[in-house]
Design a protein around this ligand. Structure first.
Ligand code: ADP
Length: 298
């Protein structure tokens, strides 16, 4: 990539130099000047745009490669582990306790496998424009509570690891949308808050109403944090913050892409804030609030 950037900068430099010498040589002649200046300007803009495009493509390729190796790893590890347990079960006589432990581990491995496959499938699915959308009234209070519960169970966490704070409102906090997709989005945000807290999860979830028109769910953790330069990029497909801490953590870079796509398809958005590396982060979902329940399918 450095080579592409250097080449681009050199070409722009040569074009500017040619342009300046052209102006110096022809400043008395109107016609060549009138034709030459826009032509050179076009050339410079073209070379600059081409360099930007090339750099973006190289970056995108790097992300694809990283995604492929992450997914391959995520698929291969549990399969290899299940294979090993099955082989042991077949070859050796084990007592009941050992056998039941093996079954539990195999179940955990197959859950991990299923989660990876579902995330990849979902990421392909949400991008399709033609798919039909379920749109019903969803009580965000109940949904968030369910998601917190599922996350505690999935990650074998103590109840105190995730605290839930719900703003008191006269009417329930309803949004119009697909409950399964909203659950997928929230579970991804909660899973990240746990995953990127290597010293133990200390997560707080806040559900509130903003200006009567929006329902906001904020998930705050005290984990590794997100450097400011990456706060927007983490929502791109396959993007993972390139630091050692993060790359050691398993993942595909699809979770937050799913979160933002789902939020936007519901008329809302997803954002991230962090005071910097090692200082925790907050990921928020903002969705349009409805006051009258609906039941329909688009
Ligand atoms: P991944 O599978 O890598 O977790 P995501 O799309 O869910 O993919 O997240 C993209 C990147 O954003 C992660 O690789 C990580 O660098 C960063 N990230 C997401 N959530 C958090 C968080 N709560 N704390 C720190 N970093 C986070």
């Amino acid at each position: 990539m450095v080579l592409f950037i250097l080449l681009g900068v050199c070409l722009v430099g040569v074009a500017v130099a040619l342009n300046v010498s052209w102006i110096l040589l022809n400043w008395r002649r109107i016609v060549p000047m009138a034709l030459g200046i826009p032509f050179f300007a076009l050339l410079i803009v073209g070379v600059a745009l081409n360099t930007i495009f090339l750099v973006r493509e190289v970056r995108r390729n790097e992300r694809h490669d990283a995604f492929l190796s992450a997914v391959t790893h995520e698929l291969k590890t549990p399969i290899a582990s299940i294979h090993l347990y099955l082989e042991t079960l077949q070859r050796r006589q084990l007592d009941d306790a050992q056998r039941s432990e093996f079954y539990t581990r195999m179940l955990a491995d197959s859950d991990r496998l299923l989660a990876t496959v579902e995330q990849v499938l979902k990421a392909g699915e949400v991008g399709q424009r033609s798919r039909s959308h379920v749109r019903v009234s969803v009580d965000m209070g109940a949904l968030v509570e369910d998601c917190v519960h599922i996350t505690l169970l999935r990650h074998h966490l103590d109840e105190k690891a995730i605290t839930l704070r719900v703003e008191e409102t006269l009417l329930p906090m309803m949004v119009r949308g697909d409950p399964d997709e909203l659950q997928t989005a929230l579970l991804n945000v909660l899973a990240n808050a746990v995953k990127y807290s290597p010293d133990g999860a200390d997560v707080s979830v806040a559900l509130s109403v903003e200006q009567d028109a929006w329902v906001r769910v904020s998930v705050t953790d005290h984990g590794i944090g997100i450097p400011a330069a990456h706060l927007k990029r983490i929502f791109r497909r396959f993007y993972r913050v390139p630091s050692r801490n993060v790359l050691r953590t398993k993942g595909t870079g699809l979770g937050l892409y799913l979160v933002r796509t789902i939020a936007r398809q519901h008329g809302g958005d997803a954002t991230a804030q962090s005071a910097g590396e090692g200082r925790g982060s907050t990921v928020s979902l903002q969705l349009p609030r409805i006051l009258i329940p609906v039941l329909e399918h688009d």
